[in-house]
Design a protein around this ligand. Sequence first.
Ligand SMILES: Nc1nc2c(ncn2[C@@H]2O[C@H](COP(=O)(O)OP(=O)(O)O)[C@@H](O)[C@H]2O)c(=O)[nH]1
Ligand SMILES: [Mg+2]
Length: 373
Amino acid sequence: MLFAIIIAIAALVIIGASFVVLRRDRNADLVIDDDAATPEIVDIADVAPGVAAPVDTATPEAAPEPEAAPKPTFRERLSTARSSLSGFLGSVFSGGINADTWDSLEEALIRADIGVATSTEIMEAVRARAEADDITESELLVDLVKAELVARLSGFDRSLSDDVAAAGGEPGPAVWLFVGVNGVGKTTTIGKLASRESADGKTLVLAAGDTFRAAAAEQLTMWAERSNVHIVRGAEGADPSSVVFDAVESANARNADIVMADTAGRLQTKTNLMEELSKVRRVAEKGAGTVTETLLVIDATTGQNGMSQAKQFADAVDVTGVVLTKLDGSAKGGIVVAIHSELGVPVKLVGLGEGINDLVEFDEAEFVDALFE
Ligand SMILES: Nc1nc2c(ncn2[C@@H]2O[C@H](COP(=O)(O)OP(=O)(O)O)[C@@H](O)[C@H]2O)c(=O)[nH]1
Ligand SMILES: [Mg+2]
């Protein structure tokens, strides 16, 4: 009898325990964990029928609505640039100050794409401070370099304006022109910015002014669809100015706030470039439009070569700001400093990836911190 009771109790305990385990397993199935890039994730196919079992990290969160992905930070995306600059500077100062220190500092800055003239100025400023305050400790010297970089990047207005009255225009759509050589990221930037501005409540019209390749208009159309904004396209080979003109007309008719105009990035002769860009600008303002921003797009990975192309554009048009793309893939963040000191225009936006949310406002303190972290 006693034996039977013991058996019965044991059986109850076993059944109870397995029930708890089963419940836990079921809950585990239902938890969709961001970090769960493990084979167990195959269970998600059961949770969301019709979704193929993901091979990699494609949890349902990995394919969100565009707005759902968080903004990247400089800290997350500047690892390549950081390793080249801060590592190098650390070693410049590690042995204390000797006869070679200042030459090495200058060289480190030049290697980071800061540009020769600016690198010399920064080195001399840091040297003067270090000598005046008798600073020799490696960490404090790096702090001096950081402070000098931040100072050089400070005091710029980085906002994007759609204020036509401030630009001397009559009421009507503001026009933002995007210029720069082929492949730097103009179309992608317009796509990202269209998403941001329309989320902010602005009404937009995109102008597919790169009529040089049919694919360019297709690419911009895809971005327009993602943000559900209006786009005006021309036939392949059409005059870019006429597309921009039509876009301004259309924006005016719809009472839209901003026309974002894509352009072709052909770097023909400098005279041709100048003529084409000034024509686009002139025609953009022929009707109701007022150009309030001319944004020069520069690919951060092209370094000094990109800088010399950028100078040609800056000579050809009145640039109001720079969009620096692909900083996520650049080994040399110093180009940011070169742009400010050599072009005299602020970096207003930075591309940190190919996704719709990978466009951030430039912040000098955050940027310099991320470079030296
Ligand atoms: N990693 C990275 N790629 C970018 C960024 N911006 C643009 N791209 C890529 O650069 C390539 C050229 O961009 P596109 O917009 O077509 O350049 P466009 O010729 O100037 O219009 C595309 O593959 C983009 O996805 C960025 O900030 N980071
Ligand atoms: Mg393009």
